[in-house]
Design a protein around this ligand. Sequence first.
Ligand code: SF4
Length: 261
Amino acid sequence: MDDSKRGFLKVAGGTVLGTLGAAWSRASLGLGKADEAATVASNQVRNWGMVIDVKRCREKEGCDACIRACHINHNVPSIGSTKEEVKWIWKEPYEHAFPTQTHPYLEEPLHDQKLPVLCNHCENPPCVRVCPTQATWKREEDGIVMMDPHRCIGCRYCLVACPFGARSFNWSDPRLHLTETNPDYPTRTRGVVEKCTFCDERLADGKLPLCVEACRAEGPGALYFGDLEDPESEVRRVLKERYSIRRKPDLGTGPQVYYLV
Ligand code: SF4
């Protein structure tokens, strides 16, 4: 068992067998048996956060396992149009992801690199403040910024408020753009917003988020996940050991996704 898994299991505390994740998609993504058994007592966690090791991600050039795992299992449609694109996790060039933290002499590998980006589950989320129906909210118990498409009226205020482009709107029926449907995860409808929820459904079953699990399926992973409030957690350990940055820190939203550079 590697350190990262041990750290997550330490938070875990018990064994809960989850049911989410269709066999076809798990097999196609190479997700391991050990990961299926990973457990976590979510009620012990105070603030979920993610850490992305930019150098390790670079070593896996061309890899999109995190994106495929997330999008296939969450029934995220593939729409061949930038304007109507729906995405929960995607890649951005460094200078787009960190526009205020770049300069002409930045080391070239970093300058040219595309990095995974997703909802930052901000400490102070502007998207939540503008939602008129509380279709999106920040969970007090663990910091996840949730999204309930059933309460969404499609006003798209949250899309405008999010400075990270982390929310997508379904301009058309997303179900028409799925090549396969995961029956264990709900599909959405036309006219609602969607985004990453840190795999809240998997955390409830004691599992790591799909992107983290898929990244670790083949060798050392570039993604870490855990309780930022726990000084003994793996995320806190790597943040202590390496220099890290967050996206657009000057805006004051307090992203809970960190990048090791
Ligand atoms: Fe909201 Fe955007 Fe922050 Fe996610 S990244 S919590 S959508 S403001």
